[in-house]
Design a protein around this ligand. Structure first.
Ligand code: BAL
Ligand code: ZN
Length: 886
């Protein structure tokens, strides 16, 4: 497999200002006519190299002259032509076969409709073209297709005309006024329900918002429409960025590899992130729809107006856009609140985002695929749409926001668009803009050192120590940072220190916040510029030894090591005024206990009592919002816990976590019951808002504690909740408690009833599969049986994810068996024949095999070798397994 290196970047030799594409659409075969004029950038005639994969070349002409096959070079990667001059016209006719496209990259069929997915390299499966993000052109697109099958013919930009042809087919002509790279091209042909809304942009101009979905689902797009309108408003208000088109379309597809795609003016979405109604959608999914709609919409500026020079710069648009969607969601949650309430609402979002980072990105940074947010090399770019590029990338943007502050960060954003609107640029050029502002507001300082975050893989560790001088009333904090080699390519033994914004507070021994004094700075929270390998700060006016509140609001994506008694954590869990650090303290207390029993040590009675007393205090704290309470009373996820064991002991983690759940359920039974009853009182009509969603999640948490502890009233409460539910959060919450902790009869009755109710709704059926995939009682044999269910299909990515991925990733008891590992390998191989991109994601589940306990390592390695030996393995999966086995 060829490895592509960041340093090998060369600009494309030709400029292509305008592209005209004509499609004669049909599922079986689609004809594509491409025409453009190319102009050599340096006036020299150079070979014209066009990417092309899995498509048939029918005809090519240069300056109106047909080129015969002996005058071009055609192979399975593309086409190379010899241009007649430094400037020339090219016309090319080719054919693709959407019906046969199971990879879902390029032009493919979903249901009866045609969709495209071009990022990263799908356009080359549609036509021959320089399929790279730095070739930006204006597109005119003509679509022709059967009028009955395809009454809607959509592409990017503005609709110029829509007609019926003499042969009865429909034709639509679209023009996108903005130059774009090929990865942002899109077309959709099909029959849909459409929801429309006309809005006024900030400049007073009207714009048409449209949401398309399968016929019959149109009543489930109101929420998506609201989210889209909120996104438009938010980007105007917070970032000063306006919608630049007359029309903005979202189309839901049932078969989709990713969450969604930001094609200019024509976003194509996995239907899971469009369709929502109270009956069939959980609160968490409502919020996911909001986040993804925001994310794709925000790409219109951060990604589309300014795009990436090459794919090594992917985090330029993804990290920044994830940061933007996180802030959008946080602002929506905090809307109408102020002070501590707003801070708590925002903290809930921060907690959820950090949990994702720890469960998905920290493991990546600790495995063979570890890479900097701007990778140095790759084999398959689709393998680099990772938690590192996205979530850690967002943290790196967030740190710049922390260092600059909101106003200066926005000044940096304005500078970015002033310099680069309409261009394809690098991460360095983004930081240059932020740096230009930083240098102005912090004379003598720069972001030079900060840039190392773009170069270093791995999760840095920060060790903390504290000394207190009672006589001088000073506290001296010392931080040491290190970042061990990460991944198979990270041989740089020496990693120079990073610029870490380290937010810190202190409490006195009674839990009261202290005012910090440091070199003229004063405040309850200070952000330290931690830039050396080891650095100390001395705080004055500290009469007694303080309790440290560390890395407030998770100000940097690092791991903090600080050894201190449980009692200090308990104090922070009750009193810290930073809601993130407060949650963190409670999590850490529980984590210590779980890790200790997972390692075979019996936790001391005092240690257990501290956790129970802390949970007791928190469950009764009237000042906490329900959403926050639900987070702080939940135990850390199995994945986050597993990440902290060395070697990793999955089955022991599951058992130890379950044991603490049971203990907390039993010790606090009356409180869970009381909370449950209180939260069961009559509610306003369903809304996914923060208050209601928080109440429902807290009620479901209480129910789970009651069931896991075997409290006798639990199952009946769950059955009643299931039967009486008027929304999916309540219904699924009850069913999941029964399936995970109930008796076999309740489990089966619940699953059967749920199937009867929802068998016609694919997204809900996905939940039915997931629930069974992750149930502690499920073994490989049950999953195999479910794969034979008429509703199961490996070709639909959502369905494959709901059963196979969920089982392999989130059923640790069953997958961590020799049989489980063999099943995983078998499914990677089977999926690879259909959809390598999705298969490679499944392959990644155990790329970290070497970190597991000895009895897991050998069978996991054998499973990886089995995959590696499979003839005809895709490059996608080969890259993963080869790196895993290096
Ligand atoms: N660009 C791929 C999908 C997304 O990140 O929005
Ligand atoms: Zn994105």
């Amino acid at each position: 497999l060829p490895t592509i290196s960041r340093h090998d970047y060369q600009p494309y030799p030709y400029q292509i200002d305008q592209v005209r594409l004509e499609f004669d659409l049909a599922a079986e075969q689609t004809l594509v006519r491409l025409a453009f004029r190319a102009r050599s950038r340096d006036g020299q005639i150079q070979p014209l190299v066009l990417d092309g994969e899995d498509i048939e070349l029918l005809e090519v002409s240069l300056d109106g002259n047909l080129v015969s096959p002996q005058d071009y070079l055609l192979n399975d990667q593309g086409l190379t032509l010899s241009p007649p001059a430094a400037e020339f016209d090219l016309v090319l006719v080719s054919r693709c076969r959407p019906q046969e496209n199971t990879m879902l990259m390029g032009l493919y069929v979903s249901g009866n409709s045609l969709f495209t997915q071009c990022e990263a390299q799908g356009f080359r499966r549609i036509t021959f073209f320089p399929d790279r993000p730095d070739v930006m052109s204006r597109y005119e697109v003509v679509l022709r297709g059967d009028a009955t099958l395809y009454p809607y013919l959509l592409s990017n930009g503005n609709l110029l005309e829509s007609t019926t042809l003499d042969d009865g087919r429909k034709q639509a002509v679209w023009e996108d006024p903005f130059p774009k790279p090929s990865y942002l091209f899109a077309l959709v042909a099909g029959d849909f329900d459409v929801r429309e809304r006309e809005i006024k942009k900030a400049n007073g101009q009207p714009a048409l918002l449209q949401v398309y979905c399968d016929r019959g689902d149109g009543d489930k797009t109101e929420w998506a429409m609201q989210c889209l309108e909120h996104s438009v408003r938010w980007d105007e208000q917070r970032f000063g960025l306006a919608l630049d088109l007359d029309r903005f379309m979202i189309v839901a597809a049932r078969d989709f590899n990713m969450g969604a795609m930001e094609n200019k003016g024509l976003n194509i979405f996995n239907s899971a992130y469009v369709l929502a109604d109270a009956e069939s959608t959980t609160d968490a999914s409502f919020h996911a729809v909001e986040a993804v709609i925001g994310h794709e919409y925000f790409h219109n500026w951060t990604g589309n107006r300014v795009t990436c020079r090459d794919w090594f710069q992917l985090s330029l648009k993804e990290g920044l856009t994830v940061f933007r969607d996180q802030e959008f969601s946080a602002d929506m949650l905090a809307q109408g609140l102020d002070g501590a309430q707003a801070a708590s609402a925002r903290a809930v979002k921060r907690i959820d985002d950090v949990s994702v980072l720890r469960a998905a990105q920290f493991p990546e940074d600790a495995g063979p695929m570890a890479h900097p947010i701007r990778p140095e090399s790759y084999q398959e770019i689709s393998n680099f749409y990772t938690a590192t590029i996205y979530e850690k990338g967002a943290e790196v943007i967030r740190m710049q926001h922390t260092l600059l502050g909101e106003d200066n960060f926005q000044a940096g954003i304005r500078e970015y668009f002033k310099r680069h609107d309409g261009q394809a640029v690098t991460c360095d050029e983004f930081v240059d803009c932020m740096d230009s502002v930083y240098r102005q507001v912090k004379p003598g300082q720069s972001l030079d050192q900060f840039r190392r975050w773009y170069q270093q893989a791995g999760t840095p560790r920060v060790q903390v120590s504290l000394t207190h001088d009672a006589a001088k009333q000073t506290a001296t904090l010392t931080l040491r940072q290190s970042n061990a080699p990460a991944g198979i390519e990270d041989k740089a033994a020496v990693k120079p220190p990073l610029h870490i914004p380290f937010a810190l507070g202190m409490l006195d021994q009674h839990g009261q916040p202290l005012s910090l004094h440091l070199d003229g700075q004063k405040g309850e929270t200070l952000v330290l510029d931690f830039t050396e390998a080891e650095q100390s700060w001395t705080f004055t006016h500290i009469p007694e030894a303080p309790v440290l509140s560390l890395l407030r609001n998770f100000s940097a994506p690092v791991k903090v090591d600080y050894y201190r008694p449980d009692a200090e954590l308990a104090l922070l869990a009750r009193h810290d005024t930073d809601p993130f650090a407060r949650w963190e303290a409670a999590q850490l207390l529980a984590t210590r206990l779980i890790l200790s029993s997972a390692s075979g040590r019996t936790p001391s009675a005092a240690q257990q009592a501290t956790v129970v007393q802390t949970w007791h205090a928190l469950v009764q704290d009237p000042a906490l919002s329900p959403a926050y309470k639900a987070r702080i009373l939940s135990l850390p996820s199995e994945r986050e816990l597993l990440e902290q064991t060395q070697p990793m002991t999955p089955r022991a983690i599951v058992q130890a976590r379950r044991q603490l759940q049971r203990e907390l359920g039993l010790a606090l039974t009356p409180y869970w019951q009381e909370l449950y009853q209180f939260l069961s009182l009559e509610q306003a009509p369903y809304s996914p808002d923060a208050l209601q969603a928080g109440q429902r999640s807290l009620r479901n948490l209480a129910l789970n504690y009651l069931l896991v502890a075997g409290v006798s009233t639990g199952p009946q409460l769950a059955r009643n909740q299931y039967d009486q539910a008027t929304n999916m959060t309540d219904r699924l919450g009850a069913l999941s408690a029964l399936v995970n902790y109930g008796d076999p009869e309740d489990r089966q009755d619940g699953l059967d009833d749920f199937f009867q109710r929802w068998q016609d709704n694919p997204l809900v059926l996905d939940r039915w599969f997931s629930l069974q995939a992750t149930a502690p009682s499920t073994q490989v044999a049950q999953v195999r049986a479910l794969m034979l269910h008429p509703a199961f299909s490996m070709r639909n990515p959502n369905r494959a994810r709901s059963l196979i991925f969920q089982f392999c990733m989130n059923n640790m008891q069953a997958i961590h068996t020799p049989e489980g590992y063999a099943f995983w390998a078998e499914q990677v191989i089977a999926l690879d024949k259909l959809n390598p991109e999705i298969s490679a994601r499944l392959a990644r589940v155990f790329d970290n095999w070497a970190r597991f306990e000895p009895q897991a390592r050998d069978p996991l390695k054998a499973a990886l070798e089995r995959i590696q030996a499979e003839p005809g393995l895709s490059g996608n999966v080969a890259e993963i397994v080869n790196k895993a086995l290096t």
